[in-house]
Design a protein around this ligand. Structure first.
Ligand SMILES: *Cc1c(COP(=O)(O)O)cnc(C)c1O
Length: 384
């Protein structure tokens, strides 16, 4: 991406691939004997899908999970050979290219299954699918009572390799201000899934994989692990939620950084930035940073609040602009153009973690990291 060593953008994401590898290994120890599917959708939660996939596979993941056929093809083109499950819906018109790229598809409609079967015949390949059961998320999947008939029809046309469902409350065991409400909901989903699996067994349908646990359920609900867990956020070393924090041994893999372009001294009473929303109350030193909302450094409804310069916290002054941001560095000694600025990550003794930024933005950590823009260069390091 860089041209003659000049980065296209002066803001970047640093990804520690060793952290992803170690986190995956740690998760594998927790989930054992279940296998680990590393979820690498949304560009590997913003870390870079190909590199994150390779690191997770080194750490012992045996499966990769993506949302769309296109994301799966990106991994195949990079030479990744591991089984890949597309967890999202596949329109019939994409079935052929999916089969050509040996992607395992999630199915819940016969139109797609028929298209997959046709594609498999034309390409002379085996096509494997997992059926999705809707046990309470009310998003994708067949209803539990339809599962046996659907699975029979699927098995007549293609190779039915697995069945799965997805939890909607595993990260919020005490939702609705009521202790255990979310936990009870999750247990009910698990019970529905278990009954559906029993019915499939009785109908003589053989499933090589049964899976339901996301990161929080992998930690909290051992019965949900079956023989495969699907984990994203823990692979990247972050908390599944404030209620379900990561255990020790998981290390954040991502840092978001930029640099100081300019430092200027202004008197008291100066308005700063668009909308004149900030006015200095003392002689002030401002640093102009080379990052803005077009990088995913959010402007509204709330911004990051603070960044790290020279190991100290500097508050954002005024509005975040498209490509630039002003911060108040009056209380920080010696700030100069070219100084590294940390938006998410560690600097010296200080750290701004994705969870802290999420709280400031009114988002969660998943949204915080996945909305760092594609234009922000990903730099790969291997530390620790
Ligand atoms: C993203 C995703 C997961 C992983 O969720 P985490 O909370 O990041 O572990 C699991 N299953 C499905 C179907 C997903 O889409």
């Amino acid at each position: 991406m860089p041209i003659d060593n000049v980065p296209l953008r002066p803001a970047w994401v640093e990804v520690n691939l060793n952290a992803i590898e170690q986190n995956t290994r740690r998760l594998g120890e927790i989930a054992r004997p279940a296998e680990v599917m590393a979820m690498v959708k949304a560009n590997g939660y913003g870390h870079g899908a190909v590199e994150a996939s390779r690191a997770a596979l080194r750490g012992g993941a045996t499966w990769l999970g993506v949302y769309s056929v296109g994301e799966g093809i990106e991994l195949r083109r990079a030479g990744i050979d591991a089984p890949i499950l597309v967890v999202g819906p596949t329109p019939p018109r994409w079935a052929c290219v999916a089969v050509e790229h040996r992607l395992t598809l999630t199915v819940f409609s016969m139109e797609t299954v028929a298209a997959i079967a046709d594609a498999a015949r034309v390409c002379n390949r085996r096509a494997q699918v997992h059926i999705k059961i809707d046990t309470g998320m009310t998003r994708l999947g067949v209803m539990p009572e339809e599962a046996v008939n659907f699975a029979r029809a699927v098995s007549d046309l293609v190779e039915l390799e697995g069945a799965f469902t997805h939890f909607s409350m595993a990260d919020t065991p005490d939702a609705y201000g009521e202790e255990g409400w979310g936990r009870a909901y999750t247990r009910q989903q698990l019970a529905r899934f278990g009954e559906t699996l029993d019915a499939l067994d009785q109908a003589g349908i053989v499933l090589r994989y049964r899976h339901v646990a996301n990161s929080p359920a992998t930690l909290n609900l051992p019965e949900a692990r079956f023989n495969l867990v699907r984990s994203g956020i823990l692979i990247y070393g972050l908390d599944p939620s404030p209620e379900v924090p990561r255990p020790s041994g998981f290390v954040p893999a991502l840092a978001f950084k930029t640099e100081v372009a300019l430092v200027k001294s202004v008197p008291a009473g100066k308005y700063v930035g668009y909308g004149a929303t900030f006015r200095t109350t003392r002689p002030t030193r401002l640093a102009v940073l080379m990052v803005g909302y077009a990088d995913g450094f959010r402007r509204a409804p709330r911004h990051y609040g603070e960044v790290l310069v020279r190991g100290q916290r500097a508050p954002i002054a005024g509005r975040v602009c498209m490509d630039q941001t002003m911060v108040d560095v009056t209380d920080i000694e010696g700030v100069q153009p070219g100084d590294e600025v940390v938006l998410i990550g560690r600097q010296g003794p200080e750290e701004i973690c994705a969870e802290e930024v999420a709280e400031k933005l009114g988002a969660n950590n998943y949204e915080t990291i996945t909305t760092i823009s594609a234009r922000v260069e990903r730099r790969y390091v291997s530390e620790g």
